[in-house]
Design a protein. Sequence first.
Lengths: 414, 119
Amino acid sequence: MRVYAVDVLVIGAGAAGMAAAAAAAREGARTVLLERGERLGGVLEQCIHPGFGLHRYREELTGPEFAHRLRGELEDSGADVLTGITALEVFPDGPKVKAVSPRGLKAFSPKAVVWAAGARERPFGALRIPGTRPAGIFTAGLAQRLLDLEGFLPGKRAVILGSGDIGLIMARRLHLEGVEVAAVLEIQPFPGGLTRNVVQCLHDFGIPLLLSHTVAEVHGRERLTGITAVRVDEHRRPIPGTERHIEADTLILSVGLIPEVRPIEGLVALDPVNRGPRVNGWLQTEAPWLFAAGNCVAVFDLVDTVAELGERAGAAAARYAVGELPAGKKVPLVRGENVTALVPSYLDGAAEGARIYLRVPRPLEGVTVDLGGVVRRPVRVARPAEMIGITLDGDALSELSRREEIVVEVKRSG
Amino acid sequence: MSEKKLVCVSCPMGCELTVVLEGKEVVSVSGNRCPRGEEYARAEAVEPRRVLMTLVRVEGGMDRVVSVKTDRPIPLRLFPKAMERVRELSVKAPVTIGTVVEKDFLTTGANLIATRFAR
């Protein structure tokens, strides 16, 4: 087996990977980008709705248009791109990456690796919903791929479980293409997605949103015939007597994304809440040669953020490959009150330009984001659907990096 | 006089707006916590506009469909009619991103354009 020596190997050609490979190549690193599929762009190619790129390109693009811009940047950068090749194993000695393509096994010996494999959808099996196991149950991303990339309708009458943005977007897409959307069910007492999407995907078309509801049972032998919807209490326990039958041949699940870490999970520590690798301000994991960016680190809201982090990781990997990435004392970020997702996991004084991203567990009004008592940012409304991003200036960074740890919390103002 | 309830999407606050209308004239807007809310309510109460995103059939290629959008927002009330029209359309492969699939779509002044490549 031939071993290809490169400076930076990027795995995954979604938004994070394309931005990382382009940035690494622009830094002068010999860069190779591996993609298991045939198309570059990852999930963007099937996200045909507008709303992408407002931060990065100052205009509103659809997913495929955003991907097209990134492909242009990638091409201009001079990075080499290989498609139809899947990274199977990552070995810390060397390091080395083994990959497989229809032409056989290939091995790479990079000086630095950027892991940018994205996230996977939480599947039906993980929900443990009682009932039969008929055809007609799809994760939202799969239904989106079938409809918007491949051109097939998944069914005639659908129920959507989960009101995250993907679920809301799919409600609108299915409705427009002639699939009747009976209801969107949300187990929490508030919508999972952005208000904008609740208005423009549901209200616009009169699609009902049932809050504090879930699917108690699925019915049907060969094909789904309906579901039992049930109201839940504040502890998400079904309330007896509130069951109702909803006829449907299709159940769409929008119940969360999980960072893809399989080939690297034994190599580095993962964050238990983000479920991706713990990274520092350079997006560098605990294995110094391994960087990670995008939804494989934590699930982000905006592709603009994912591309920005990809660029940061790619450029840092290129600097690491030539021994020029500065490293300072690693100070852990610790979750205080009202913080779920939190990136990065460590800061150090050398990680100039680092941004901190965090998410709150429920809607909060009139709060302040507090970073170790050094940075205090008031936020009028914080919602779980919208990550909060805070850029650290040089003074704040050097002050914070002298600490033993940095507690990050969201507290009531005043 | 009639009343319309709206949720403002100008920012994450999501103010609940009440718009009082006299026919097609906006008489008053309340519930907004900033001027953007009033602006949003005035446009939204009279004629909400949205970008339409959908698919057009591709002929003679490997891809069955290509994604399209209107290159500017069109009145939301035209969406059912727009979807009927879109089902009649088709394009020949290959399709380049940015191709105009239909000019002056439904005489709205907006063009329907391809948003990705189709082989």
